[in-house]
Design a protein around this ligand. Structure first.
Ligand code: TNX
Length: 494
């Protein structure tokens, strides 16, 4: 008596249902203590409500790490007498638990099956802009919880912008004393102390998530200039900014004070950050002359690389042919690249680096779901439905940018219109599930009929019923999905 097998999100690499076996009954399950990997066992016990036991009188669950296989990979075996998970590493075991959460039917039965899994891309991310609106540590922890359920492993924090500076820097105290108390629309703002930031980094690490800090330069720096007016060009009057325009501020390019500032700030951010990356922005420096921009990027890139971190930047930084070797570009242009975006992202690859893909008309999660959406922006050419954010192929995005040069995928959430965790959920979901599948699962094709919108859409509803709603995650009731329940945000009629 087997129940229908649920469609897992993100779709695993291989899955085989064992038709002859009755499957595993959760009511009979015990996690075998002593031989289990402790962190994953505790997580699984809580996720599926399975108690621990000393011996195997019951159907048993075992968890092991064997150090073999690709990073983050695992194999799950479900039979009537037990569930056995073998993972390459702690991350693989953690992700296997995220898969196991999705397997039980309403009757508590898990069909007998084998799942072999391994991610397509190493970098699977989301971004949260904490500068336009500030989000406290509890909210960032809630965001981390959400990413972990979807096997996303990087959270990029956009820590600075025109409207506020959000990270305490001991050598430059005025940044947070003077320039953190503002936000878009005049909200209260806020900032992370070094201890807060460490708490975020630690909590992320426990969820196998790397924090990627961004200090956006030379544009998007009004808040820094407000704190230290000597960093602006002579004659520039710096005032509090709470609007949503971009591209009007710049550090003074031809002043040593700017580079002294960067050395102080980037050294401290790097020291606070255990992860390998340091993002220095470089986008929309519209007030910076082209020649000055090249001068600045070459110098700022070296200062960032001198911290020992791998430098990340938005694709405009690829205008420079003097990037630190191995720098990573983040592509934010459209499915049809605007202006020189394609050449700029390829320039990172030509300088020994790789690309993270964030096409704005697909996975900018601050874009409205529909024209009538009260939240969000529309600049990439219109709203973005869950189906649009699901149906695109990374290796076909930019001509000449092939699979080996793509480090991964990241979905940014800019927060000009987003101020609360409810707003974050409304914009992330359901679209973040598609992002996770694009980042984790094998590409669509004839041999993978399940890697299609038709298979994915009902699984999104099932994921919320089984995992998302019990975890307290809200979402927008995207019209392309048939929702079983009453949960979620209803969009106004067009
Ligand atoms: C562009 S894309 C920006 C952000 C805005 C966003 C709004 C990029 C690197 N910069 O400053 O918040 O559009 O969608």
């Amino acid at each position: 008596m087997s129940t229908a097998a649920s469609r897992i999100i993100p779709l695993p690499l291989h899955r085989e249902i064992h038709e002859g076996d009755t499957g595993f009954n959760l009511a009979d399950a015990r996690i075998i203590s002593g031989i289990a990997e402790e962190a994953a066992a505790t997580l699984l016990a809580a996720a599926l409500d399975i108690p621990f036991a000393e011996d195997s009188e019951y159907a048993t669950v075992t968890l092991h790490i064997d150090g073999a296989g690709a990073p983050e990979s695992s194999r799950i075996e479900v039979w009537s007498e037990g569930i056995h998970v073998l993972a390459a590493d702690a991350a693989g075991l953690f992700y296997a638990v995220q898969t196991l959460r999705q397997l039980p039917g309403e009757d508590g039965l898990i069909p007998a099956q084998t799942i072999e899994d391994s991610p397509r891309f190493a970098y699977r991310g989301a971004m949260l802009d904490v500068a336009r609106h500030f989000f406290d540590v509890a909210t960032v922890r809630a965001v981390i919880d959400r990413l972990a359920l979807l096997k996303l492993n990087h959270l990029h924090l956009h820590l600075t912008d025109d409207q506020g500076w959000r990270l305490e820097i001991a050598s430059r105290p005025r940044l947070t004393e003077v320039a953190s108390g503002t936000a878009v629309g005049g909200g209260p703002g806020g900032f992370y102390t070094a201890a807060d930031y460490r708490e975020i980094v630690d909590y992320a690490a426990r969820n196998h998530i790397v924090i990627v800090p961004e200090i956006d330069i030379p544009g998007h720096t009004n808040a820094a200039l407000l704190a230290y007016p000597e960093l602006a060009d002579a004659g520039v009057l710096v005032e509090n900014y709470t609007g949503t325009e971009v591209g009007f501020s710049s550090l003074a390019i031809n002043s040593e004070a700017s580079y002294d500032f960067l050395r102080d700030v980037l050294a401290e951010v790097a020291a606070l950050t255990p992860g390998p990356y340091l993002h220095i922005g470089g986008d929309e420096a519209l007030k910076t002359e082209p020649e000055d921009f090249l001068t600045f990027i070459a110098r700022a890139g070296r200062i960032a690389a001198d911290t020992g971190k791998t430098v990340l930047g938005w694709h405009e930084m690829g205008r420079s042919s003097d990037l630190p070797r191995g720098s990573i570009g983040q592509y934010w242009s459209l499915t049809t690249p605007r202006e020189n975006a394609a050449a700029e992202i390829l320039s990172f690859v030509n300088q020994g680096g790789s690309a993270i893909l964030s096409p704005a008309d697909r996975i900018y999660l601050d874009i409205k779901h529909t024209a009538a959406d009260p939240l969000g922006l529309v600049w990439p050419g219109g709203p973005v439905s869950a189906r649009q954010s699901y149906e695109w192929e990374p290796s076909e995005l930019v001509a000449g940018l092939d699979e080996p040069s793509i480090l991964g995928i990241e979905a940014p959430l800019w927060t000009e219109t987003v101020a609360t965790l409810a707003d974050i959920d409304a914009m992330y979901f359901p679209r973040l599930l598609g992002v996770a599948e694009t980042a984790w699962s094998p590409r669509a094709g004839e041999t993978r009929p399940e890697r299609s919108w038709e298979s994915f859409a009902p699984a999104v509803d099932a994921w919320f019923e089984r995992v998302g709603i019990p975890a307290g995650i809200s979402f927008t009731r995207d019209a392309g999905i048939e929702w079983t329940g009453e949960h979620g945000r209803t969009l106004p009629a067009a």
